[in-house]
Design a protein around this ligand. Structure first.
Ligand code: UDP
Ligand code: MG
Length: 155
């Protein structure tokens, strides 16, 4: 078994632009194919109260009102992915906040251009992942099951 926790979890969300552009399957497929385990999945249109909690560190930023109206403009797809280094690797797979700084091969580097329409969210630390998972899902919605292919993914 590898060093580190194979039960590390990250919160990944396809934002309203990603849903509208038909990129949900593409984004999920990348995490699936990498080897991460999907343990929660939900679609909804988020309200202001939820987003103010989710982006609590950004509420004072000048771009927050436009971020809020964008994020409430349509449904989002919320997911929890589990596996070794899920938080850090999830951020790598997403790319940089500004898509123009994102490398080709990353989700943002392959599918978007503008910072305000960057199609996906990923937790930035293990601690924020746990907070975000608790915010977007009830405990019952986060599933425990054996990934039968784990022996082919981890040494
Ligand atoms: N954002 C923006 N303008 C900025 C910075 C951020 O519109 O100057 C938006 C963008 O959608 C980003 C989100 O706010 O994804 C959250 O910002 P954060 O710095 O947490 O970036 P992330 O963690 O999503 O890469
Ligand atoms: Mg962030």
């Amino acid at each position: 078994m590898p060093k580190g926790s194979i039960t590390e979890r990250t919160y990944i969300m396809v934002k309203p632009d990603g849903v509208q552009r038909g990129l949900v399957g593409e984004i999920m497929a990348r995490f699936e194919k990498r080897g991460y385990k999907l343990i929660a999945l939900k679609m909804r249109t988020a309200d202001e109260a939820l987003l103010k909690k989710h982006y609590c560190d950004l509420v004072e930023k000048p771009f927050f009102p436009s971020l809020l109206s964008f994020m409430t403009s349509g449904p989002v797809v919320s997911m929890v992915w589990e596996g070794l280094d899920a938080v850090k690797q999830g951020r790598q797979m997403l790319g940089e906040t500004n898509p123009l700084a994102s490398k080709p091969g990353s989700i943002r580097g392959d599918f978007c251009i503008d910072m305000g329409k960057n199609i996906c969210h990923g937790s930035d630390s293990v601690e924020s992942a746990e907070n975000e998972i608790a915010l977007w899902f009830t405990p019952e919605e986060v599933l425990k099951y054996d990934q039968t292919r784990a022996a082919h993914i981890y040494e």
